[in-house]
Ligand binder design. Structure first.
Ligand SMILES: *Cc1c(COP(=O)(O)O)cnc(C)c1O
Length: 374
C-alpha cells in the first residue's frame, strides 16, 4: 500500500471557480481576491484580512507595518518552521528564542518575561500542530511590556481556547495556504488585523508600497498612482483566491473529518507505552493540522526510514530552528540551548493526516507503526 503524506482537498467546484477566473479578464488581485478576504475575515470574526502570497510574507509585512526592524528583538519559539524566524530576519530584526512546553510544544509563556530586553518589540507565538497557545497570558505579558503580538497561525485557522478564537488577542494574525495546510492554494497566505489603518498599510506594503491596486487602476478607467513608501510583491491573486473560497466554505466539514481520523489514530495507538500522542483536551478547539507521535529518540530515524520503505509518507515537524546550520553559524546556538524543543525535535514523527485519508490507509499506518515499535 502507498499512503501519501498529504493530499489536497480541491474538488470539481473549486476547479469550476478557477475556470471562471481563467475565462475572465482579471487574473491578478481583484474582485475574487476581495471576496476571499471578506469571507476569511468573517470566518475568523476579525475585521480585516489582507491576502498575500505566503504566511512568511504575512509575518514579514506585519513586522514592517509595526515598524519593527534593525536593532529590535522579537521573541519566538524554536519549535516551528524556519519561516517564523526567517521573517524576523527579513525585517532586519533579531529572533530571540525561548523554550517550549513539554506537553504541547508551544512557546512556554512563563519564559517570555525572562527574555525581554530594552530592544524587545514583539512576540510571535506559533500554535503548534493547531493547538492554541495561552493567548490570554501572552497578551497580558505583552501589554505589561508594550510589545506587539503577532500570531503565526499557519496551523490554526479553526482553533479556539478559553473562549478565544485564533487572532482575537493579537495585533496581527498570519495564515498559510501552502500546499499541505488545512486549506490550500499551493502557495498563499493572509494577514488579519483589527485596525483599519494597519489594513490599508498592509495592502500597500504587499504591492510595492503603491497606493492603488491593479484593479483600482484598470477596472473602470486608468488612474495615476503614487508610491509613498517601498513595499514588496506579495499580493494574493484571483486564481489563488478562487481555489480557497470553496475550501473555506467547507472548512468546518474538513475539520470534522480530521477529528474522526484523529480519534481513530488515538484509539489504535493507545496503550503503546513507547509512543506518546499529542492529545487534544476538549476545551481548546484544536485545529488538528498535524497528527504527530513521539517515539524513542534513538530509534526515530530508523522508524522514519522503515515507514517510508513500507510506502508511508512521513515528515518531521520540527527539528528546532536554532540548530539549523544558518542559525548555529550566525547566532552561535548549540545543542542544549533549548532542551525541551530539542527533545521533541529528536522524537517526533508526523503521520499522514488529511480528510481524504481512508480508514483503511489509517489502519495500515498505525499497524505498521505498531509493528515497528513493539
Ligand atoms: C507553513 C508554515 C509557515 C510558512 O507558511 P508559508 O505560507 O509557506 O510561507 C510559517 N509558520 C508555520 C508554523 C508553518 O507551518
Amino acid at each position: 500500500m502507498k499512503v501519501e503524506f498529504y493530499r489536497h482537498n480541491i474538488d470539481n467546484e473549486d476547479v469550476g471557480r478557477i475556470e471562471g477566473v481563467l475565462n475572465s479578464v482579471f487574473l491578478t488581485t481583484g474582485a475574487v481576491a476581495g471576496e476571499f478576504e471578506e469571507r476569511f475575515s468573517s470566518y475568523l470574526d476579525i475585521p480585516y484580512a489582507v491576502g498575500v502570497t505566503s504566511c512568511t510574507a504575512a509575518l514579514h509585512l506585519s513586522l514592517v507595518a509595526w515598524a519593527i526592524g534593525a536593532g529590535d528583538e522579537v521573541i519566538t519559539t524554536p519549535m516551528s518552521f524556519c519561516a517564523t524566524s526567517n521573517a524576523i530576519l527579513h525585517a532586519g530584526a533579531k529572533p530571540v528564542f525561548v523554550d517550549v512546553e513539554e506537553d504541547t510544544g508551544n512557546i512556554n509563556a512563563d519564559l517570555i518575561e525572562g527574555a525581554i530586553t530594552e530592544r524587545t518589540k514583539a512576540v510571535i507565538p506559533v500554535h503548534l500542530y493547531g493547538r492554541m497557545c495561552d493567548m490570554k497570558k501572552i497578551r497580558r505579558i505583552a501589554d505589561k511590556h508594550g510589545l506587539v503580538v503577532i500570531e503565526d497561525a499557519a496551523h490554526a485557522i479553526e482553533a479556539e481556547r478559553d473562549g478565544i478564537r485564533v487572532g482575537k488577542l493579537a495585533d496581527s494574525a498570519c495564515f498559510s495556504f501552502y500546499a499541505t495546510k488545512n486549506i490550500t492554494s499551493g502557495e498563499g497566505g493572509a494577514v488579519c488585523v483589527h485596525d483599519r489603518d494597519k489594513a490599508e498599510i498592509l495592502k500597500m506594503l504587499r504591492l510595492h508600497g503603491i497606493d492603488k491596486s491593479a484593479a483600482d487602476r484598470y477596472t473602470k478607467q486608468y488612474r495615476h498612482w503614487d508610491m509613498p513608501f517601498l513595499g514588496w510583491k506579495y499580493n494574493m491573486d484571483n486564481l489563488q483566491a478562487a481555489l480557497l473560497i470553496g475550501q473555506l466554505k467547507r472548512i468546518d466539514l474538513l475539520w470534522e473529518r480530521r477529528k474522526v481520523l484523529w480519534d481513530l489514530y488515538t484509539q489504535s495507538l493507545a496503550g503503546l507505552d513507547t509512543v506518546q500522542l499529542a492529545g487534544y483536551p476538549a476545551a481548546p478547539r484544536h485545529a488538528m493540522h498535524l497528527f504527530t507521535v513521539l517515539v524513542d529518540g534513538g530509534k526515530r530515524d530508523e522508524i522514519l526510514n522503515e515507514l517510508q520503505k513500507r510506502g508511508i509518507g512521513v515528515a518531521v515537524n520540527y527539528r528546532p530552528i536554532h540548530l539549523l546550520k544558518y542559525y548555529r553559524d550566525r547566532f552561535s546556538y548549540k545543542s542544549g540551548d533549548f532542551p525541551v524543543a530539542e527533545a521533541i525535535g529528536n522524537r517526533t514523527i508526523s503521520l499522514p493526516f488529511y480528510p481524504r485519508l481512508s480508514e483503511d490507509e489509517l489502519t495500515y499506518v498505525s499497524d505498521t507503526l505498531k509493528s515497528l515499535i513493539t
